[in-house]
Design a protein around this ligand. Structure first.
Ligand code: COA
Length: 717
């Protein structure tokens, strides 16, 4: 990975810092995109050479223009293309021939407009690859780098210099954020409009930004990811050094539809994104506001040592709101030390509150704020501090802001954020705070969200490496499992029969209920004798998934006579209700002692692969929805443990109300084995073990019912 990172930097170096740039489709005509790009390039302070390319013009904006790239006197690293879609192919070909290395294709009319556009995009990509070039876009606003500096875009403005690398799949979001950032004074290192991501994707730019000394945080607005596996690998690695904050749009059903019509993005299921982000340490912002609130926190604050927040406020209400937010966002209110409380009691008016939140009351001036803040910051039980202010008459909030800025400098290891409530009255103070490196928010909840983002990221960074041991089982029998799948394929079935499911489970070391397949009543009796009574009989037919509904199952059979009778009844019921169903036989199962009913399931996500589910099983799965999810790919032991621990079923497993604890280790082992199975066999589309009985500690687990479905294309294989 280290090697590929290094190459990612050198690979995109020429894109962000080219020595010479051609603007193809540069125009004299104001208002045209080709005009704006050239103007932006000139205005950005770019130090390399700029070559406007236009078939008719001699000069544009004071620069000599060339009729085509082939007439340009020196090699060009980057070509920004803003000619109509019909002309792009010819231009790209010429770029390839003269040795251009990077393209920014602004032109729209590709996959976002439907099938014809998709074909055009594929041809464009093929040409780019044929010539060994790399391309941003098509259908993008362009890119900017404030440190090079370069503005290869048609955006209305250039960001302030800063430490946020921002990537966006939507050009409109780019434009809006840029405008807003100029108003609020937020700076960027890189600003990239990803467009259709035909070649370079978020993965390339995240990798690149992580290596950039100027980028302290990576912010993304995305509607989908192109390659889930590469994305996860990259953010996992990058996230250990640089925080990655993502606003993933399309989480609602309606949002997902809008996303696919917008850039042709195939929005994956939101749940898979949620799980993937969590496992990879990505901070997911729910709103654009949160995205930038987190960015402000990460670019100005250190990471807190823990989750304990101290609050200094001059009014009760906002203090309570902030306290609620602290709890709601996974942080804790710090318990101030005795010395701190005593010092506050001595220095603050008697009506103040000396406990957290520390209320310095309404008439507090900058000196009183400073006094309280100095003690709260000095308390070793406080990991981060929130300063709240509502402006009462006669107090100058700017002076309070200055006091906060000055005091926090003494504690460079503790994050300090502020929420000054109000509008005009506190605007100057908020600017003063921001300039002094203390982000100031207009509401307490936003400030707490920012603090919680810092704490969440610290937790991810400090994950125990020994717990991230990959899940692996040397004892699995791949051949037997492959044979069970092959047998279904031979029959052109996607639903595995129960004996095939059992074979797969056994091959992967998951205990299944002892059973056998009987073709006739005598065979059923012989099997029952072997298994020991009582037994259960179940019809096995590729046409039947829900056997109980029509009498295809008989439970609790105690004797040979019972088994004989049940066999005939099941065959008769099946023939009567489903005359066309082929009966493969009748499964004879040992009746198991009841255990805690659990479910282990797998579904497959188009971006991130198999999604493993665990929870309370049995017939109430849908009612209680007590389930947790993880991506099976690359899963580690600590994640398996966590997915069990986060369900309510865990309380049962630990021994609820005096019951003996269940075999949690065996449950975790089973989850790992199922994850390994679906990782090894991508053709398994869905899998359900329900119920999985968990017995007392040391007694293991047992899969009672297993359903496995192969993907449709397995039929053809
Ligand atoms: N080489 C060099 N210049 C060429 C050319 C070629 N092969 N073909 C055309 N040009 C020149 C034209 O002569 C024109 O210059 P002029 O104004 O001096 O005549 C310039 O390129 C632009 O061509 P024009 O036909 O005027 O197109 P346009 O400016 O109206 O539109 C695009 C071009 C690329 C802007 C337009 O097709 C487009 O895709 N717009 C949408 C862009 C967008 O929204 N992107 C996504 C943002 S998120």
């Amino acid at each position: 990975m280290a090697q590929s990172n290094a190459s990612a930097r050198s690979e995109l170096q020429g894109l962000f810092a080219p020595r010479a740039v051609a603007v193809i489709g540069a125009s004299r005509q104001e208002g045209k995109i080709g005009h704006s790009i050239l103007k932006n390039m000139l205005g950005s302070g770019y130090r390399g050479t700029i070559y406007p390319i236009n078939p008719r013009e001699e000069a544009i904006l004071g620069l000599r223009a060339y009729p085509s790239l082939s007439k340009v006197p020196e090699p060009v690293d980057l070509a920004v293309i803003a000619v109509p879609a019909a002309a792009v192919a010819g231009v790209v070909e010429e770029c390839g021939l003269v040795g251009v290395r990077y393209l920014v294709v602004i032109t729209a009319g590709y996959k976002e407009v439907g099938h014809e556009g998709l074909v055009r995009e594929k041809e464009l990509l093929a040409a780019v690859r044929r010539h060994g070039m790399r391309m941003l876009g098509p259908n993008c606003l362009g890119l900017m780098d404030t440190h090079t500096p370069i503005n290869a875009s048609f955006a209305a403005g250039f960001p302030l210099k800063g430490e946020i690398a921002f990537l966006s799949q939507s050009g409109a979001v780019c434009a809006a954020i840029l405008d807003w950032s100029l108003q609020v004074g937020l700076g960027f290192s890189k600003f990239v409009s990803l467009g259709n991501k035909a070649d370079l994707t978020e993965v390339d730019f995240i990798r690149n930004a992580a290596l950039d000394a100027y980028s302290k945080v990576i912010l993304c607005y995305i509607e989908d990811v192109v390659d889930g596996e590469a994305f996860l690998e990259t953010v996992r690695e990058v996230g250990t050094k640089t925080p990655v904050v993502i606003l993933k749009a399309g989480s609602s059903q309606a949002g997902a539809r809008a996303a696919s019509s917008h850039t042709g993005a195939l929005a994956g299921s939101d749940l898979a994104y949620e799980v993937a982000f969590d496992q990879a340490g990505v901070l997911r912002a729910r709103t654009m506001e949160e995205l930038f609130d987190l960015a402000m926190a990460f670019t100005t604050q250190p990471l807190p040592a823990g989750d304990r927040v101290g609050i200094v406020t001059n009014s009760g209400g906002p203090g309570i709101i902030a306290t609620d937010a602290v709890e709601a966002r996974g942080l804790r209110m710090a318990e101030l030390g005795r010395e701190t409380v005593e010092a506050l009691r001595k220095g603050l008016p008697p009506t103040a509150s000396f406990y957290n939140p520390v209320d310095v009351i309404g008439d507090a001036d900058d000196k009183r704020y400073d006094f309280a803040l100095s003690h709260v910051l000095a308390d070793p039980g406080v990991d981060s501090v929130l300063c709240l202010l509502t402006r009462p008459a006669g107090i100058d909030p700017v002076l309070v802001a200055r006091a906060i800025v000055a005091r926090r400098r003494e504690y460079p290891d503790k994050p300090v954020v502020a929420a000054f409530l109000g509008g005009e009255n506190v605007a100057e103070a908020a600017r003063e705070l921001a300039a002094g490196g203390v982000p100031c928010f207009s509401f307490p909840e936003r400030a707490v969200t920012a603090l919680s983002g810092l704490a969440r990221y610290r937790r991810f960074r400090e994950r125990d490496d020994t717990a991230t041991r990959p899940v692996a089982f040397p004892d699995v029998d791949r051949e037997t499992a492959a044979e069970a799948i092959a047998s279904a394929r031979r029959d052109r079935r996607v639903v595995l029969l129960s004996d095939e499911c059992a074979a797969l489970m056994r091959a992967y070391g998951v205990p299944v209920v002892p059973s056998g397949l009987a073709r006739g009543p005598e065979e059923a009796v012989a099997l029952a004798d072997g298994l020991g009574y009582p037994v259960a009989l179940k019809v096995v037919s590729p046409q039947i998934l829900h056997k109980t509904d029509f009498g295809g199952v008989r439970l609790g059979l105690e004797s040979r006579k019972d088994v004989m009778r049940a066999f005939f009844e099941i065959v008769e019921n099946t023939q009567r209700y489903l005359p066309h169903a082929a009966i493969h036989g009748i499964e004879v199962q040992k009746m198991m002692a009841p255990g805690i009913e659990l479910i282990v399931g797998v579904s497959r996500d188009i971006h991130f692969g198999p999604l493993l589910m665990f929870g309370l099983g049995g017939i109430y799965v849908n009612l209680f929805r007590d389930v947790s999810f993880r991506l099976a790919r690359g899963i580690v032991w600590s994640e398996l443990e966590a997915m069990v621990a986060q369900t309510r079923a865990y309380a049962l497993l630990k021994g609820y109300r005096g019951r003996r604890p269940a075999d949690v280790d065996a449950v975790i082992d089973t989850l790992g084995r199922v994850a390994t199975l679906v990782n090894d066999f991508p053709e398994i589309a869905e899998l359900d073990v329900n119920p999985l009985f968990a017995y007392e500690r040391g007694e293991g687990v047992c899969a009672l019912d297993v359903k496995i479905t192969l993907s449709e294309n397995a039929r053809q294989k």
